[in-house]
Ligand binder design. Structure first.
Ligand SMILES: [Zn+2]
Length: 311
């Protein structure tokens, strides 16, 4: 069982679904209700369902704290979701096995919750480019051979980037898996570097150093160390390592935890905000059997009569 006085206190604070619904409400609508269709700020609310339903007074659109968010379509309680968010925001990252034990849910449910949160982290990360002094270094993630399970090692190229201070200490990091089209053996092609910079570095950044030669004497040591930390975490937490399909998701989680270490409360608030404002991803997309652009859910056609007025 997971032992932490802070986690126990957190669970006691958010013991009821109503208290958790309030937390998601405030994360989704920090300035009060706002209709997702017409932006109106007043609603009727009915509380006869599992979750309160908010109906816009202007256009009659119906919404809830989970509609259009990471939690949409999930049958897992808000109480367990909030605990999962807390645990993913802690300064170390939790695995699906451990999450399933702590929450008392199946491994598949815990895996799906974790990946939905990681997907939100990845989406948010894309809008936070590196800026100022930017340093980039190559790295390699090696998934080792396991006799009887995997007969040969697999390696995947990484680019580790960071905004750094004048002393060269990383302030904000990103680690990205380099797709196979951008690598040749252990080397990353210029196209891979250009793609990384285009997607992860703010336009106009002039002080940028990128070392892509493996073992170069000019390698950026703090970034080498961060890559080692990430690989240790992947090795310790995930028996057999992580394959190419999901590696980026776990790297996003590692970077989020690294970037928010020493700021647990802020990390929780940020992950809660992302969970309450970003769209979900469904299982077929996560495992790669459906494109992310496919519609995930049909629009809700809920409509109820027992409405009470709210501000
Ligand atoms: Zn409306």
């Amino acid at each position: 069982m997971y032992r932490s006085d802070k986690f126990t206190a957190f669970c006691q604070k958010y013991e009821t679904e109503a208290s958790c619904e309030r937390a998601f409400y405030e994360a989704k609508w920090p300035d009060g209700f706002r209709c997702p269709r017409c932006n109106h700020t007043e609603s009727y609310v009915t509380r006869s369902r599992r979750l309160p339903l908010y109906e816009c007074k202007s256009c009659r659109h119906q919404s809830s704290v989970t509609a259009g968010t990471v939690l949409e379509g999930s049958r897992t309680s808000l109480r367990l979701w909030l605990r999962a968010i807390y645990l993913h925001a802690e300064s170390y990252a939790i695995t699906a096995t451990r999450l399933s034990q702590v929450l008392g849910v199946t491994y598949k449910t815990a895996w799906l919750m974790g990946h939905k949160l990681r997907h939100a982290l990845g989406t948010a990360d894309a809008s936070q480019p590196l800026s100022g002094l930017v340093r980039i270094n190559t790295g390699l993630y090696i998934r080792t051979m396991i006799p009887g399970f995997r007969q040969k090692s697999e390696d995947q190229s990484l680019l580790v980037g960071a905004s750094v201070n004048e002393e060269g200490d990383p302030l904000h990091i990103k680690i990205k898996r380099v797709s196979d089209e951008h690598r040749r053996f252990y080397s990353i092609l210029p196209t891979g570097v250009r793609a990384f910079i285009s997607e992860n570095v703010a336009p106009g950044t002039s002080d940028l150093i990128c070392i892509t030669q493996p073992g170069s004497p000019d390698r950026i040591k703090p970034l080498v160390q961060i890559k080692i930390e990430a690989c240790h975490w992947l090795k310790a937490g995930f028996w057999g390592g992580i394959g190419p399909k999901h590696l980026q998701a776990y790297l996003n989680q590692f970077c989020f935890n690294w970037n928010t270490k020493f700021r647990e409360r802020a990390a929780f608030i940020e992950l809660l905000r992302l969970s309450a404002t970003m769209r979900t991803v469904i299982y077929p997309v996560l495992i790669g059997t459906r494109l992310a652009t496919a519609p995930a859910f049909r629009p809700s056609r809920l409509r109820y009569n027992t409405l009470e007025q709210t501000g």
